[in-house]
Design a protein. Structure first.
Lengths: 222, 338
């Protein structure tokens, strides 16, 4: 069998795996954005001298975030199986894998948002307070726009990490490209599949990085 | 009218307490341009930031037009802040917003409608002379232009008070002049009370009606600018005004001169000269003018003359006494007793 033929042979499988990866990463990214972004804003705004200064909330959120961040993903994956079953009614497949991926992506992204917000000149926030703006206006019209380039970069970073983690999830039946690589490359010693998946992943990550950099550059007015 | 009543501001961190403002009481009249000067760390920023509660005083009250800021709720305070504009040393513009959007933000905070915001922003940009830059981002502006945006934003909601924390410290001398002219125009045409922090007496001379000198969190001297310039009491005040009034005579001139050198300060444009000529006529003393200038402070002249008196010691002494009794201050720079 020629190399060409063997690549063509796995195309249907590769296509399915690719879509599964996109699905898992897409869902977790959406969840990270939906929960991680507000969490990051809250982590930042509850620090000393800021609009929602609250030591207790800040400490507790920080602690919770750190706990999740300190658990290796593969362990989180297993530990969250009961929750996964509860939420999706299954412990295998890309939908199930999205649960643990989301859980790990939320604190990761929240910390990135927090540090992007920290980069903002305190004087700008103060000027917004001095003008009589509400906290909500300050978040919406000052904090988020000012941190946008950093947040977009963080989103790129999160996406790329998620692709990596999704491969891990694949090893315990999560589907996707990682699953494909393990099944063919590891169990069947099929180098063609192994190399193809690597090439696909490299291209995917490169494209994401490029799009992310471009987007971040375009929104940066500094 | 702004009343600052026994305001104290402590900064407490870990286990140290830094006093920012130490029991300051001041009254600033409506329409006045009020300067606050002092060296770095004197508490100027801490004090001005209490005026819109960016810093909450540890003790004391801030009363603006009868309203005690320290007693306001969150919502009331935001409303009050819309009536108190502030401009900053580093401009503090939102970099991701255009000039138009930066100014519009202040109006949005006051819940103005889109239509009102648009026309008001254009009007404000016209006042500060930036109409052609409305769609530009702050990064593309010069320092002076950024401060103009800052001023437009501060004036957006027709404030009664404008707070300026070293508004010109990051600008070159020419741009500083232009911004000061703009502030002067705002004070005159809009009648806004301006509180202005600076460490340059030139700015005070140019713009202010009254001035307070701060040191270690306290106001050590306060009065009309003319008073402060002509009759400073504290050492620090003298140091500050010397940057404007003092003239450094070349040292060889002082060394080589044979007579007594004195510096006379007088109020009014010609008073000094006539007293001097009287003195020279009355006593057999010769006088050489080494330096003379007149500063106009709030349009009132303040004159400085440095003269060399040559003659018999007793005669010079009498002339000196004569002059001292008739002018606001005489300082002997070099005494000759032969
Ligand atoms: N947020 C803060 N936390 C702790 N200490 C502070 C804080 N802000 C000011 N201080 C202290 O309060 C004192 C007065 O500071 P302030 O900034 O009011 O001085 P300033 O007169 O404005 O000086 P400058 O001319 O350098 O701006 C200083 O000793 C300073 O270290
Ligand atoms: Mg200061």
């Amino acid at each position: 069998m020629s190399l060409f033929d063997s690549v063509v042979n796995i195309l249907p499988d590769l296509n399915k795996a690719f879509l599964e990866t996109i699905y898992m990463v897409g869902i977790s990214l959406a969840v990270a954005l939906l929960i991680g972004l507000p969490l990051g804003v809250l982590l930042f705004t509850t620090t000393k001298n800021l609009i929602f200064e609250n030591n207790v909330v800040n400490r507790s959120l920080g602690f919770a975030v750190n706990i999740v961040r300190s658990i290796p993903f593969i362990i989180l994956l297993v530990a969250l199986l009961p929750l996964t079953d509860l939420l999706t009614g299954s412990t295998i497949g890309p939908r199930a894998a999205s649960v643990s991926l989301s859980v790990s992506a939320i604190p990761f992204f929240a910390r990135i948002v927090e540090s992007a917000l920290r980069e903002i000149d305190k004087g700008v926030i103060e000027a917004a307070i001095a003008v009589g703006a509400t906290p909500w206006m300050i978040i919406k019209d000052v904090l988020l726009p000012e941190a946008k380039p950093g947040i977009i970069q963080g989103l790129t970073l999160t996406t790329i990490s998620l692709i990596g983690y999704s491969a891990m999830a694949g090893t315990i039946g999560g589907g996707g490209i990682g699953d494909l690589a393990i099944r063919y490359g590891y169990y069947r010693y099929d180098n063609t599949v192994m190399i193809t998946t690597i090439v696909v992943l490299i291209c995917l990550v490169q494209i994401i990085q490029m799009v992310g950099d471009k987007a971040s550059y375009l929104v940066n007015k500094r | 009218m702004i009343e600052i009543r026994s305001v104290r501001k402590d900064y407490i961190s870990k286990n140290t307490r830094v006093v920012g403002v130490d029991n300051v009481s001041l009254t600033i009249q409506t329409g006045e341009v009020y300067g606050i000067v002092g060296y770095s760390g004197a508490g100027k920023s801490s004090l001005i930031r209490c005026l819109n509660l960016l810093e909450r005083p540890t003790k004391g009250n801030i009363i603006i037009d009868g309203i005690d800021l320290t007693s306001l709720s969150g919502k009331e305070l935001r409303k009050q802040r819309q009536k108190t504009g502030m401009i900053f040393q580093h401009f503090s513009l939102v970099s991701s917003k255009t000039v138009f959007e930066n100014v519009a933000f202040a109006l949005k905070a006051a819940h103005k409608s889109k239509g009102v915001i648009k026309s008001r922003v254009l009007e404000l940009l016209d006042i500060v002379g930036l109409s052609d830059k409305k769609d530009v981002y702050p990064a593309q502006l010069s320092g002076g232009q950024k401060q103009r945006v800052g001023i437009a934003r501060a004036l957006a909601n027709n404030p009664t008070v404008l707070l300026c924390d070293e508004a010109t410290s990051a600008l070159d001398p020419t741009t500083t002049k232009a911004i000061l002219q703009l502030l002067k125009k705002i004070s005159r045409e809009l009648g806004i009370t301006i509180v202005l922090i600076t460490h340059e007496m030139e700015v005070v001379k140019e713009l202010c009606h009254r001035v307070a000198v701060m040191q270690d969190g306290r106001v050590i001297e306060e009065g009309s600018v003319y008073e402060i310039f002509s009759q400073p009491k504290q050492q620090l005040t003298k140091q500050f005004i010397s940057s404007v009034l003092d003239f450094e005579l070349p040292s060889h001139l002082i060394e080589e001169s044979k007579g007594t050198i004195i510096q006379i300060q007088f109020e009014g444009p010609t008073a000094g000269e006539s007293i001097l000529s009287d003195a020279l006529q009355k006593y057999s003393v010769k006088g050489n003018i080494l330096h003379g200038k007149i500063e106009y402070i709030q349009d009132v002249p303040l004159g400085i003359l440095i003269i060399e008196l040559i003659g018999e010691a007793a005669e010079v002494q009498s002339a000196l006494e004569y002059i001292t009794n008739r002018t606001s201050s005489v300082e002997v720079l070099k005494h000759v007793t032969v």
